[in-house]
Design a protein around this ligand. Structure first.
Ligand code: EPU
Length: 336
C-alpha cells in the first residue's frame, strides 16, 4: 500500500494531460482499503477509482482520493461446459485476453488490445467487433467503499447495457476487486463485424488468429495511446428511434445506422463527426485523430480543459447539423 499527497496524475491517464490528486492511494490487497478508509486526513473526501486511466479526462485537479487497485492474479476453474477465469482487478485487460488465447480458450479475442485494466472493463461494459464484456462475464466482486462490505454481483445484477453498468451509474460507490469470466468450451468465432473476416486473410479462425486479426485492425484504425495520448472513442454511438433514423437518412443519404433492438437504431458518431469536417483537425495540441473521427488526441501539451472545449465544439456542431446529441464515452472529471 502507498499513500501519496499531491500526486501527479499525468502518468495515470492515457490522454496524458497534466492534473494532480490531493491523495493517491495504491492498493495491493483489498484488506488495505478497510484499514485506510477511516483515516482522519481522508475523512469526507470524494473517492475516484482509476484503473488504466484509459477512459478518463481530467479537466481539473482532483480534490479527493484517487484509488489505484493493483490486485493481481488469474485462476482457472472448470465449470461443466465452460472455463471460468477469476482475474484480479489490477491485471491488464489485453494481457488477460492473450493469456486466454495462448491457452487456446476462446471468447475474449474480439476484445483484444482494448487498453485498461480488468477492473475497469465492467464499468463501461467494454465492447468491440460484435462482442461485449457482458456476453462473457460471470460475476463481479466489489467492495462498497462506504460500508467496507464485499458484494458479489452475478452478471444479471450488473445493470449492463451498451457502454453502461451499475458501477458506472453509481460513481464513487464500488471498488471492483475481481472479475469472473465464463468462456464456453464450445467456441465459435465471431467474424460478422465488417472487416474482421477479411483481416483473417484466409487463416484458420483459431482464438489466437482472430485476436491477431483484431489487433491488426485496431493498430490500423486507432492511435496507440502509448504514442499519442487518447482515450479511444470519445463519444458513444447515439441510439435513436427507427422513425428518427428514417427521417435523418432521408435528409442525409448514406448515413449509417445499425439495428439495436426494440425499434432502436445505433448511429455512427464517427460518421456524424467526420461529416462536420472534424476528422484530422487540430486546435493547438488538442485534436481529432486523422485515422478515426471518434478519437480525440493530445498532440503533446494539450490540457484537459482544452480537450474538453474541443469536445464541446464537436458536440455542438453535430447537434446543429443533425439534431443529434452526442454523449461522452469516457468519464469527464470533475463531472460536467
Ligand atoms: N466512420 C467514419 N469515419 C471515421 C471512422 C468511422 O465515418 O473516421 C464510420 C464508418 O461508416 C464505419 C463506422 O463509422 O464503418 C463504424 O466505425 P468503426 O468500425 O471504427 O466503429 P465505431 O462505431 O466508430 C465502435 C466502438 C469502438 C470499437 C469499434 C469496433 C463506441 C463508442 N466505439 O466504434 O470502441 O473499437 O466500434 O467495434 O461504441 C472505445 O469504446 O473506446 C472504442 C474504441
Amino acid at each position: 500500500m502507498r499513500l501519496v499527497a499531491d500526486a501527479d496524475l499525468r502518468p495515470l491517464n492515457s490522454f496524458r494531460v497534466a492534473a494532480r490528486a490531493r491523495w493517491l492511494l495504491e492498493l495491493h490487497a483489498p484488506g488495505e482499503f478497510s484499514r485506510l478508509r477511516d483515516e482522519a486526513r481522508l475523512a469526507g473526501l470524494p473517492w475516484l477509482v482509476v484503473g488504466g486511466g484509459s477512459n478518463l479526462l481530467f479537466v481539473d485537479d482532483y480534490p479527493g482520493v484517487v484509488v489505484r487497485p493493483l490486485f493481481r492474479g488469474r485462476e482457472w476453474h472448470e465449470d461443466g461446459d465452460a472455463w471460468r477465469l477469476r482475474v484480479g482487478a489490477g491485471e491488464s485487460w489485453h494481457e488477460t485476453v492473450r493469456f486466454c488465447v495462448e491457452a487456446g480458450r476462446g471468447g475474449l479475442e474480439n476484445l483484444s488490445l482494448i487498453p485498461g485494466t480488468v477492473g475497469a472493463a465492467p464499468v463501461q461494459n467494454i465492447g468491440a467487433y460484435g462482442v461485449e464484456l457482458s456476453d462473457l462475464l460471470h460475476a463481479v466482486e466489489a467492495l462498497e467503499m462506504k460500508s467496507g462490505k464485499r458484494h458479489r454481483f452475478a452478471v444479471d445484477a450488473c445493470g449492463f447495457a451498451y457502454r453502461h453498468s451499475r458501477f458506472k451509474a453509481e460513481p464513487g460507490r464500488w471498488l471492483i476487486l475481481a472479475v469472473e469470466l465464463r468462456l464456453p468450451k464450445r467456441w465459435r468465432p465471431r467474424l460478422d463485424y465488417p472487416g474482421v473476416a477479411e483481416a483473417l486473410a484466409g487463416a484458420e479462425p483459431t482464438p489466437r488468429a482472430v485476436s491477431d486479426a483484431i489487433c491488426a485492425i485496431r493498430r490500423r484504425k486507432l492511435p496507440d495511446p502509448a504514442a499519442l495520448g487518447n482515450a479511444g472513442s470519445f463519444f458513444q454511438n447515439p441510439l435513436v428511434t427507427a422513425a428518427d433514423y428514417a427521417r435523418l437518412r432521408a435528409a442525409h443519404p448514406g448515413m449509417p445506422g445499425y439495428p439495436a433492438g426494440a425499434g432502436r437504431v445505433k448511429l455512427s458518431a464517427a460518421w456524424l463527426i467526420e461529416r462536420c469536417g472534424w476528422r484530422g483537425r487540430r486546435e493547438g495540441d488538442a485534436g481529432v485523430s486523422a485515422e478515426h473521427a471518434l478519437v480525440l488526441v493530445n498532440h503533446g501539451r494539450a490540457s484537459g480543459a482544452g480537450l474538453w472545449a474541443l469536445a464541446r465544439r464537436i458536440r455542438d456542431s453535430v447537434a446543429a447539423r443533425f439534431g443529434v446529441e452526442l454523449e461522452p464515452e469516457p468519464r469527464v472529471i470533475p463531472d460536467q
